[in-house]
Design a protein around this ligand. Structure first.
Ligand SMILES: Cc1ncc(COP(=O)(O)O)c(C=O)c1O
Length: 415
């Protein structure tokens, strides 16, 4: 009797989940970054995977002070549901903050606060894309944006990165080829400053050309400025959005790199029309972003915490970049190419074509070092011989040790 009951319960538990899933869900993939992080979980390993900020950059004391000194009424409203667009005072502050990126003539009506810039990208994909739409991305580009786009099943067109950003000749050629087929490009997704993973910054000349092409061919631009505030000399070229007179640039940025990713706060600057469509969609996604973290983020802006923190973050990351570049020069084979980023958190590496970075990762983890294979950052899964190295999270000592291990391993594999 008991046994029968148990058998029945076990039968009930067998469920074919795949048969319940919506069409297209199979396009969802785990990112290589997450997979690489899983490999290192619980192991004592030097990790160049992930894109974590150095916890040293988190303003612990200032945030504690803010929480301690918040007015009862502010605290109360931060525990309450809030407006979908975000806390109004924060939106006002953000419309001022972006003047540092050259974006002026915007006010709070042009701002939506999102749950990290990832949510903004996800919402934009759902707002703009039908399956089969043509879009342009950089090769390589940010993997989690690619994954959000993939869910909408677009046709990807990749434009290679050169030393001054997206190759403008290739871009023009691609746009014209698509148009010759009677089709159109819906949007161009670009990370123009300290690109993730390429570590490359688009020149002002190319920013102007990109906007010109978008205007000529009636294309939207999604400008992901996640690292725009993190140029090591404090001087990234102004955002493409700063040149936009017609409202075709949708700008996103984030608190994750200048305050703390755990706040899960990003923002969008766009025309009123775009903002109100995003607002409607966000209502169905999560009602609004956390009022609690928005209130604290607001105070960090008002009290100059972020203003003071940014130079510290830049200095620390520049030092770590320098150590990583020096170690690469010392230990990697001479035929390896790598970017020298002027901001952000990553160095991108091109190994000899015969080396597969996914295979290399397994051996590297056995020796105590992890990185992210680069192919996940390519819309077509090419770039098998590339890898992304994060320098913001590991310590200087770990960078020196880990790069030596990696360099020796690459040499073994190439000999
Ligand atoms: C280029 C780029 N865009 C967007 C994001 C998303 O960041 P968040 O959702 O934390 O704002 C990241 C995170 O690493 C990134 O590198």
């Amino acid at each position: 009797m008991e046994r029968n009951k148990r058998v029945k319960r076990e039968e009930k538990r067998e469920l074919d989940l795949d048969s319940f899933l919506a069409n297209g869900i199979e396009k969802m993939r785990a990112s290589d970054v997450r997979d690489a992080l899983k490999l290192v979980e619980g192991k004592k390993i030097i990790s160049f995977a992930g894109g974590l900020p150095d916890p040293e950059t988190f303003p612990h004391k200032e945030v504690k002070d803010i929480i301690r000194t918040l007015e009862h009424s502010d605290l109360s409203s931060s525990f309450q549901y809030g407006a979908t667009l975000g806390v109004i005072e924060l939106r006002k502050e953000l419309s001022k903050l972006v003047s540092k990126r050259g974006i002026v003539n915007v006010d709070e009506t042009n701002v939506l606060v999102s749950a990290g810039s990832q949510e903004a990208i996800y919402i934009l994909c759902f707002l703009l894309l039908n399956p089969g739409d043509d879009i342009i991305v950089e090769t390589p580009t940010y993997v989690a944006a690619l994954n959000a786009m993939r869910l909408r099943e677009p046709i990807f067109h990749g434009i290679p990165l050169r030393e001054d950003g997206m190759d403008m000749k290739e871009l023009e050629k691609t746009i014209k080829e698509v148009e010759a087929k009677g089709r159109r490009i819906k949007f161009i997704y670009t990370i123009p400053s300290s690109q993730n993973p390429g570590g490359i910054t688009m020149s002002m000349q190319n920013r102007k050309r990109l906007l010109e092409l978008a205007e000529e061919h009636n294309i939207l631009i999604i400008e992901d400025d996640a690292y725009g505030f993190l140029a090591f000399d404090g001087n990234a070229p102004d955002a493409i959005k700063s040149l936009d007179k017609t409202g075709r640039v949708i700008y996103t940025s984030t608190f994750s790199k200048i305050l703390a990713p755990g706040f899960r706060l990003g923002w969008v600057i766009a025309s009123n029309e775009v903002i109100s469509k995003m607002e409607l969609m966000k209502q169905s996604v999560d009602l609004h972003s956390s009022t609690f973290t928005q209130r604290i983020a607001l105070e960090t802006l008002r009290r100059g915490v972020i203003e003071r923190n940014m130079p510290r973050v830049r200095k620390l990351y520049k030092e770590k970049r320098d150590v990583m570049i020096k170690s690469i020069e010392e230990w990697f084979p001479k035929d390896v190419k790598y970017s020298i980023p002027d901001g952000g958190m990553f160095i991108f590496v091109w190994l000899k074509p015969e080396i597969n970075a996914r295979d290399l990762l397994k051996s590297a983890v056995e020796r105590g070092v992890a990185f992210v294979p680069g192919s996940g950052f390519y819309h077509d899964d090419s770039g098998k011989n590339t890898m992304r190295l994060n320098f913001s999270k590991p310590s200087v000592e770990e960078i020196k040790k880990g790069i030596k291990i990696l360099g020796l391993l690459i040499k073994e594999k190439t000999n």
